[in-house]
Design a protein around this ligand. Structure first.
Ligand code: ADP
Length: 381
């Protein structure tokens, strides 16, 4: 009787253990993390890899299990310090954690965060190693972008701040300076530097809202874009007269063109493109603003006869903080964020933005906005 109960208990225990093992196997087979069991320190072969491991590395399990090919070992070899620490962990039977670049079967590289954990028997002897890792390539790229962004933004802010500092020092050195010509010039400089900083901070806030989506809600409603064009032209009038440039809108434009858009944001885009066209124009030339209606979209264009953009730099135009060599050389002020914001606003409207440009001859910037069925009511003159 007692013997029967012991057998039953043992059998139940075996069943329970088998059930637990199946549960664990299911988890390992279906996790998004790559899992491998390896015989580190003995044959250095892989004994098992899960489907995520195969997917991340591009090898099938048949190609690697029981073979002398352990991509983690190959990766570690490229980092002598890490390699030393890794083999020390293996020797001491301790967990190894680290970040390193692995190579896929197709030769491409990706970053992983790895944990290599010893599996021990009841006596505490390591009988195999469990290798768990996840792809952190995107996290690394985001981290790098964040640091680049902070560094570039700080550099951009430092110039006007330094200007304010030394111009204030000139004025403060003698209060009578305020009433002299050079004192007033210094005050003008302070105001200008301050304005540059305000516009840079506004641009930075726009970039941050666009990228995070926080505080960036488009208020879409049917809006006539013709008054938006006129409004944008009026807002940059002072800049146009200062630079001796005339901004004209196309006489053949539709009288009314209603799109489902956030009017404020689209006017911001127009002001930016027209402002750029004026800034980078040669004096006594025209900037021409047009909008035409195509079957399923409205296409806006802003053309200038200005300095143009060097062909070898054209692929960078919509990236953050980009300023072409010829623009920086002629000392035209700018933050290099305007077109990045323009692209963000147009793409959140499901539109497109592009340009054609020839150095020394001029540029035309275009953007298109979709004319959804509910958005379109258009009449030509
Ligand atoms: P910025 O504040 O420097 O004008 P943008 O993002 O608006 O920043 O433009 C990025 C760069 O693209 C400019 O610095 C300039 O080199 C170039 N660019 C933009 N628009 C024009 C244009 N109409 N003509 C010539 N270059 C332009």
């Amino acid at each position: 009787m007692a013997f029967g109960i012991v057998t039953l208990r043992r059998r139940n225990l075996q069943l329970e253990t088998a059930k637990e093992a199946r549960k664990l196997a299911m988890v390992v087979e279906n996790t998004f993390n790559a899992v491998a069991i390896a015989d580190f320190g003995k044959t250095n072969t892989l004994l098992y890899v899960n489907p995520s491991w195969e997917h991340m590395l591009g090898y099938t399990k048949e190609e690697v299990v029981n073979k002398k090919l352990a991509p983690a070992l190959e990766a570690i070899k490229r980092y002598p310090e890490v390699e030393k620490e890794f083999w020390k962990c293996i020797e001491d039977g301790k967990t190894f954690s680290g970040e390193l670049e692995m190579q896929r079967k197709n030769g491409t590289f990706f970053w992983i965060a790895a944990n290599i954990i010893p599996l021990k028997d009841e006596a505490g002897n390591v009988y195999t190693w469990c290798n768990v890792f996840r792809d952190i390539t995107n996290e690394k790229a985001v981290d790098r972008m964040k640091s680049e962004f902070v560094s570039l933004a700080s550099h951009q802010l430092r110039t006007p701040l330094t200007g304010i500092k030394w111009l204030s020092e000139i004025v403060m050195s003698d209060p009578a300076n305020v009433f002299t010509k050079s004192g007033r010039e210094a005050m003008d400089g302070i105001v200008m530097s301050n304005e540059r900083m305000i516009s840079l901070v506004n641009d930075l806030l726009d970039v941050s809202h666009l990228e995070t989506g926080v505080n960036y809600n488009l208020v879409l409603k049917p809006t006539d874009v013709i008054p938006l064009i006129q409004g944008a032209i009026t807002d940059v009038k002072h800049l146009a007269s200062k630079n001796n440039v005339t901004v004209v809108s196309d006489a053949h434009a539709p009288r009314e063109l209603i799109l489902n858009i956030d009017g404020g944001k689209i006017q911001q885009v127009l002001e930016n493109l027209i402002g750029n066209a004026i800034k980078y124009s040669k004096p006594n030339t025209n900037v021409v603003v047009k909008v035409i209606q195509e079957s399923d979209r409205a296409v806006f264009s802003v053309a200038d006869r200005g300095i143009g953009i060097p062909s070898e730099q054209q692929t960078l135009v919509f990236t953050r903080f980009f300023r072409a060599n010829n623009a920086s050389k002629v000392d035209i002020s700018g933050t290099g964020l305007g077109l990045y914001i323009v692209k963000g606003i147009i793409e959140t409207h499901h539109g497109k933005v592009w340009f054609e440009s020839k150095e020394g001859e001029g540029s035309t910037f275009y953007f298109s906005l979709p004319m959804g069925a509910s958005a379109l009511i258009s009449r030509s003159v």
